[in-house]
Ligand binder design. Structure first.
Ligand code: FE
Length: 191
């Protein structure tokens, strides 16, 4: 004779197992620093049609070189291979190219989700009566998901404080590199 409480016990056990698995998942995500990267505004200077290129630095371009390397991860912390990262930014004097593709480019992450960008540290520009801190705009596209738009900031920029969009979790740490700087970024796509 079947015990009447068995199905209930089974259901309960599977719920307990599910709960434990999701708690484990959450802990694993914390352990690997896989908190989803926060979104940010697109801003008024986005232009569609940026070319595929990982070098935005051009001969004679004013500014300090920046080698940005990073990794882009899927929502489950797995690899986001082949994701397309579109970058756009101001020049050293805080000006965007409103007609052309200067300092705009699309980079494809490799099979491990790694990407690199050679550019310059962007300048600040006035937004109303105050400067926005230096930042690089970024849009990530991957198969089966809408674009994810955010901005990368720079740790130590005096205009970070008080900027309505600044998020310290997206602030790059600059390290000196061959007369310029290098920085790394980890982008965890939201689910
Ligand atoms: Fe901007």
């Amino acid at each position: 004779m079947n015990h009447p409480s068995l199905p209930t016990r089974r259901a309960l056990l599977s719920l307990v197992t599910l709960g434990a698995a999701s708690a484990l998942g959450a802990r694993a995500a914390e352990a690997c620093g896989c908190e989803a990267t926060t979104a940010d505004i697109e801003g008024p200077y986005y232009l569609p049609g940026a070319p595929r290129r990982s070098v935005l630095l051009e001969a004679g371009m004013e500014g300090t070189t920046l080698e940005l390397t990073g990794i882009v991860r899927a929502p489950d912390c797995g690899v986001a291979a082949g994701a397309l990262l579109e970058f756009w930014q101001a020049d050293a004097r805080g000006r965007y190219d409103g007609r052309g593709m200067r300092l705009r480019g699309v980079v494809q992450a490799d099979g491990r989700g790694a990407f690199s960008l050679r550019t310059i540290v962007p300048g600040r520009y006035l937004n109303g009566d105050r400067f926005r801190p230096a930042h690089i705009h970024l849009k990530v596209r991957r198969a089966g998901a809408g674009p994810f738009t955010t901005q990368l900031y720079f740790a130590g920029d005096p205009y970070n404080a008080g900027d309505p969009w600044f998020d310290a979790t997206r602030a790059l740490q600059l390290a000196p590199d061959h007369g310029g700087f290098r920085a790394t970024s980890r982008i965890y796509l939201p689910g």
